[in-house]
Design a protein around this ligand. Sequence first.
Ligand code: NAP
Length: 248
Amino acid sequence: MGDYKNTIIITGASRGIGKACAEIFAEEGWQVVIGYHKSEVEAKRLEASLLEKGFSVQAIQADVTKQEEVKQMFSKARATFGKVDALVNNAGISQFRLFTDMTEQEWDQMFDIHCKGAFFCTQCALEDMISSKSGSIVNVSSMWGQVGASCEVHYSASKAALIGLTKALAKELGPSNIRVNCIAPGVIETDMMKSVSGEIKQVLCEETPLMRMGSAQEIAKAILFLSSEKASFITGQVLGVNGGFVIG
Ligand code: NAP
């Protein structure tokens, strides 16, 4: 029993916050599935560097909006590591658009990746979790899902939906001893912020009480906490990791 290693599937782990999660969970002794979509080179490089350090990891490709691909990712993960103990629904995209210019396709894509992707992955993860009466799911929302962002209505709405999903699912799965929580990051320095001008980044930092952007590692540490036994009585919560940008 002492040798048992927990297995976690992290979506969007080829880059940014997901990559930082893969590294920190591997270092903490978890068996890690590096979920990726298009960034095969980055995912394989991360897999190779963690394997070289002696960690148990596997990079698996899946578009989270495609149910069949998600199912295959879970069967490959189970074939390698056995039971899935935890899931981080982190895959995401951002886009700046005036609401009046937004197309149906852009709206759908945002909800498909953030909400339908979490729905597909969570259903697959529950196959093990319900029978073993244990498990943890962390959904990566955003502070914009809490307070809304101008020119990001579809992003904010889909991230708010993920908060609703988290709360409802926590109630439904609590009796099965499965915890469901949500992280709401503030402004975090990843590729996602690359399209934001230096000037706007400066303004966002000034609006952040801690006066800076957060790092992917700072989000990963909070996700590790929520996924771990240290958070064994925490479920249905939204943890803001935002340098104080949104309080309360
Ligand atoms: P990032 O560096 O742009 O990485 C996004 C990740 O999502 C990539 O690994 C990408 O995979 C994956 N992804 C995108 N579409 C996918 C799909 N259809 N199927 C599977 N994977 C997909 O972004 P990040 O900043 O780390 O963001 C991670 C999460 O944090 C997102 O949900 C984001 O909304 C949230 N967040 C970020 C910030 C921020 O300031 N950075 C703030 C609040 C919330 P491939 O590259 O392999 O395609």
